[in-house]
Design a binder for this molecule. Structure first.
Ligand SMILES: Nc1ncnc2c1ncn2[C@@H]1O[C@H](COP(=O)(O)OP(=O)(O)OP(=O)(O)O)[C@@H](O)[C@H]1O
Length: 378
């Protein structure tokens, strides 16, 4: 565990970057520091690995005050990832990843073999191993930066806007892979971002800082969205807080209706008979995975891929109420398609039933169960 106790940092020009900061980053969890530009996130992070010394207060790691520790020794247990990747331009990808193990005296062949494994683990092709950083895309460089920080297998990872230099789609992929990896590795992570959506997605707990370096709120993402401590936190969280909070509500309580379906390629006569007058019919592939909706009245001879309306999102039955609601709202039929974890169709939910589940989760007074849409009618 990393613990800040009443930490203050005043730069020589008098700027108070961090003021009275007290917080704990629990072992094996992701603590996100988030806040507007200049609120002291980077300063706070760099005080953990002694790149910056606090003016007053103390920081302990697993109970040891770091002020008495040798900086090199301290950093050996801490991976550090920065926005630009911070890779050495004149070293290959593989040697970049192996930097710390090589410094620690791990034999070259062993260090490179481990680096190769990490490369794959980060979702990168081993064919990139011999390239130089400027021959990689931004997203690839960031992955290599994370791999390099992980190479010495440090128990602690300090990450300063590691995913911010890439486009939103790549960023989302990096975040998903990061969460998957953390599920396996269970590192103690302090993660800095100015993006509240990233904070809410990645953090086990989120510390919102305000300019001047004071802590506005420390809470789980769910709690933060449901109960911002003050106007500053509420404004910083932005709009749609209630809707975004549904991402943390399990969707399991929504009744799932069976949905008439036909397989791609079915004749339109058979499809129309299954639809029995309904405006929309759900289509699955041979493996039972939903592929889209069709309008039976507009089919040609058989159900073709070109007939599919693909606008609707698909939610996992094990996912959140937010995903289930979005699936219902985005489907042309207004019935949200749910699958199992392998992507096979389970059935559909209506927005009405998702809302009923939300009301129920909020503690409805009468406890009436939500009605079922079991007949699958539109
Ligand atoms: N070396 C320095 N000398 C003087 N002031 C500094 C120094 N480094 C940072 N500051 C100031 O300290 C405050 C906090 O800076 P810091 O970089 O920690 O904030 P941040 O929250 O990480 O910001 P950003 O999101 O813009 O990166 C800012 O007002 C900044 O200008």
């Amino acid at each position: 565990m990393i613990r800040f106790s009443d930490v203050r940092k005043t730069y020589p020009d008098g700027t108070v970057a961090v003021d009275g900061l007290t917080l704990e980053a629990p072992t094996g969890q992701i603590t996100v520091l988030v806040g507007p530009s200049g609120c002291g996130k980077t300063t706070s992070l760099r005080m953990i690995n002694k790149m910056i010394e606090p003016t007053s207060g103390s920081i302990t790691v697993d109970g040891r005050d770091i002020s008495g520790m040798n900086a090199d020794e301290l950093r050996r247990g801490m991976g550090y990832v920065i926005q630009s990747g911070g890779l050495f331009p004149h070293r290959t990808v593989l040697d970049n990843i192996a930097t710390v193990p090589l410094l620690l005296g791990v034999p070259k062949t062993q260090a490179r073999a481990s680096a190769m494994e990490l490369l794959e683990r980060m979702g990168l092709s081993t064919s990139l191993a011999k390239r130089y950083p400027n021959q990689l895309s931004g997203g690839q460089q960031q992955r290599v930066g994370v791999a390099r920080a992980l190479a010495a297998d440090p128990p602690i990872m300090l990450m300063d806007e590691p995913f911010s230099a890439v486009d939103p789609q790549v960023r989302e992929q990096l975040q998903d892979e990061f969460l998957r990896l953390q599920g396996e590795l269970g590192k103690t992570i302090v993660f800095v971002t100015h993006d509240i959506d990233e904070a809410v997605k990645l953090g086990d707990q989120v510390a919102v800082l305000r300019v001047g370096g004071t802590l506005a709120q420390l809470a789980s993402p769910e709690r933060l969205l449901a109960d911002p401590a003050d106007d500053f936190v509420a404004d910083f969280l932005g709009r749609d807080r209630g809707y975004r909070g549904l991402a943390f509500a399990p969707g399991g309580s929504v009744p799932i209706g069976t949905e008439p379906t036909v397989v791609l390629g079915t004749s339109s006569d058979a499809a129309r008979s299954v639809a029995s007058g309904a405006a929309w019919l759900l289509i699955v592939d041979e493996a039972g995975a939903p592929v889209g909706w069709v309008e039976p009245a507009r089919l040609g001879a058989r159900v073709e891929r070109s007939d599919l309306h693909r606008g609707g999102t698909v939610a996992r039955a094990s996912g959140s109420l937010r995903a289930a609601l979005d699936a219902a709202l985005s489907a042309p039929s207004r019935r949200g398609v749910l699958t199992d974890d392998a992507g096979r169709l389970i059935g559909t939910v209506s927005a009405h039933d998702v809302l009923a589940a939300i009301e129920g989760a909020g503690g409805s007074a009468d406890g009436t169960p939500a009605s079922s849409n079991g007949d699958g009618a539109p």
